[in-house]
Design a protein around this ligand. Sequence first.
Ligand SMILES: [Zn+2]
Length: 73
Amino acid sequence: MCFRPPSTSGSIKCPDCGTQNASDAKVCENCGAELPDAPSVPKAPSAPKAPVVPKAPGAPMAPSAPAVPKAPK
Ligand SMILES: [Zn+2]
């Protein structure tokens, strides 16, 4: 892996205001917001999402749902 998160090791970034807090801080020292428990490893954003199949408007083969009638523009 060559992905390196910004140098935040040893600190917890407040999800609310972005203040860097000590890694053992329970709440943000700036706004008092609850901080995530452990800095640990952030979840990789590379989780494969289900492939989004774009539904073609007026496709002859509709999957299943009759769904919403499309309003004419
Ligand atoms: Zn904060």
